[in-house]
Ligand binder design. Sequence first.
Ligand code: SF4
Ligand code: SF4
Length: 89
Amino acid sequence: MPPAPVTCSTCRANCCKLEVILMGEDNIPARYTQTDRWGGQVMTRLDDGWCAALDRDTMLCRIYEQRPGVCRDYEMGGDDCLIERRSLI
Ligand code: SF4
Ligand code: SF4
């Protein structure tokens, strides 16, 4: 049987628990960001581990149209995605 296709709809937004470093061109609402210990801007993660911009009811990004470049570049089905999906439980 072929493996099930990789899609975000069968994932609990695992990659949205990773650190997201913001770049100069990112324009993210300040309520979702914070300064890290080195002075860089990052997406805030809440106590449950997920990014502050993730809607906990739908498990979708609330700022999808203006999500950071790091998130845009993250490839669904890519090596990093497959590693994160292994922690699905
Ligand atoms: S880990 Fe992969 S499948 Fe899961 S939400 Fe992220 S991109 Fe989608
Ligand atoms: S900004 Fe959106 S896509 Fe990026 S980690 Fe946060 S919830 Fe996920």
